[in-house]
Design a protein around this ligand. Structure first.
Ligand code: ADP
Ligand code: MG
Length: 449
């Protein structure tokens, strides 16, 4: 048997035993690259797949190969070049995306600002004109025009970018000003550890000393009473001293549940501006700007096509552009519009995918090869608990389900279980790159319908 014949026979067997989605995830772009007497070398597209095949499927693969060729004693997995067919229907694994960051930017240690986010690289259109104008005014005269400055809008629409752009602009114009950018989750954990370590005084001193305080995604302060209380005091001190406070959230202050009334009214005392969704022209302009930054260019038709299928998220627009860049590198040629269409038709099926709690639970169970009824059960087994926590996390993070709602979906579990699961996964993702990738793959499956 040739390498190819053997591998095709193996795949045919394995396909019978596992779900279609798992098969596509773990076996796409694999092949046997060499067979010696006792060992077979299987090439896989990346180390992530390698680990999974080794840990979850090696027995299965070995048994099957052994069935065809009794002499084989071991199977080795190596990471080979991914084939060109990476744009087949999801899931898509692009280990090269890191290399797409042509310019490596370093986050400033003191201010926590990323110099990549500037006003220069920020495209302005009707959807963000107002927050942009206000942001420029704030950067020119921090503490005196709009205080606090509160920006809200959906995911991937430029909140973090605009917040940090203000910070970077202030650094340029006012060398002496102390700027601190901090995501609200980080702020919360600082409060918690200051309390635990009895360092509240130095915590307070640090924040009172800041000229421009930028807190991102303030909606995550919801329900965190102690953090809100500390923030309230810091807010007042800064405000009274004409220090600038800049905040973002995914919704307006009124709509943040479990946020103290006194904070809501403080936030409403300044300027509130929302970023809406960019229109088609602006989306095209954004794509062109990004392409220029990355020193590539595609046809106008290509930009128009991408901008017409991705409408609500600038991060996704960038992602689509990155896909094309990878394609171009692998194939050594610019994709023509037909190719572009095929690539993205597969990536984003035009029929909107209905993401429901049921769908999320099913996909997570399927991904980890456990039964749906087990994921919903009370079992404390490790191999069940983790998927369950991930499913709860996704229900919260992607569907914005309330914790009591999530509890109910899992056979009436208590809302505290849902909170615990959500927080646990949230924290683990930060430390565990692999888990993050796993969840990324699950999301792709959910979205691929
Ligand atoms: P959010 O914080 O609202 O989720 P981000 O600020 O992280 O969104 O933006 C997502 C990505 O889109 C970032 O890479 C950012 O640089 C880019 N981006 C967002 N808005 C613009 C814009 N108006 N012009 C250029 N790039 C943008
Ligand atoms: Mg953000």
């Amino acid at each position: 048997m040739t390498n190819n014949e053997l591998w095709q026979s193996v795949l045919a067997q394995i396909q019978l035993n596992i779900s279609q989605a798992n098969f596509a995830t773990w076996f796409k772009n694999t092949e046997i690259v060499s067979q010696k007497k006792e060992s077979v070398v299987v090439s896989v597209p990346n180390s992530f797949v390698k680990e999974w095949l080794k840990n979850k499927y090696s027995k299965n693969i070995f048994k099957t190969i052994h069935g065809f060729n009794g002499e084989v004693k071991e199977i080795e997995y190596i990471v080979g070049k991914p084939k060109l067919k990476i744009f087949e229907k999801s899931p898509i694994i692009l280990p090269e995306t890191d290399q797409l960051e042509f310019q490596q930017f370093k986050v400033d240690k003191n201010s926590n600002l990323n110099p990549r986010y500037t006003f220069d690289s920020f495209v302005v259109g009707p959807f963000n004109e107002l927050p942009h104008a206000a942001a420029i005014a704030v950067a020119k005269n921090p503490g005196f025009v709009y205080n606090p400055f509160f920006v809200y809008g959906g995911t991937g629409l430029g909140k973090t970018h605009i917040l940090q752009a203000i910070g970077n602009e202030v650094i340029k114009n006012f060398k002496k000003k102390k700027i601190q950018y901090i995501p609200s989750e980080k702020f919360t954990s600082e409060v918690v550890s200051a309390i635990r370590n009895h360092q509240m005084e130095s915590f307070k001193a640090k924040y009172r000393n800041i000229d421009i305080l930028i807190i991102d995604d303030i909606q995550f302060l919801a329900g965190k009473e102690k953090t809100q209380e500390e923030f309230f005091h810091i807010f007042n001190v800064l405000y009274e001293n004409n220090k600038q406070i800049i905040l973002s959230s995914d919704r307006p202050p009124r709509a943040i549940q479990s946020l103290a009334e006194r904070l809501k009214s403080r936030f409403e005392g300044g300027m509130i501006a929302d970023i809406s969704v960019p229109d088609l022209e602006t989306r095209i302009a954004i794509l062109k700007t990004k392409a220029q930054e990355k020193k590539v260019d595609f046809s106008d038709e290509t930009y128009e096509y991408i901008a017409s299928i991705i409408q609500k998220n600038i991060r996704e627009l960038e992602g689509a552009l990155n896909h094309l860049i990878v394609y171009q590198r692998l194939n050594n040629q610019k994709p023509d519009i037909e190719t572009v269409r095929t690539v993205f038709k597969n990536l984003f099926s035009t029929a909107p995918v209905m993401v429901t709690p049921k769908k999320i639970i099913q996909e997570v169970a399927d991904f980890y090869e456990i039964k749906e009824k087990d994921i919903l059960s009370k079992s404390r087994k490790k191999e069940i608990v983790k998927p369950r926590q991930i499913a709860m996390y996704l229900l919260r993070e992607d569907l914005k389900g309330s914790f009591p709602f999530i509890g109910r979906k899992f056979n009436g579990k208590d809302h505290t279980t849902a909170i615990h699961s959500y927080k646990k996964i949230l924290a683990e993702i930060k430390k565990d790159k692999k888990l993050e990738e796993e969840i990324g793959l699950i999301r792709e499956r959910i979205l691929s319908g």
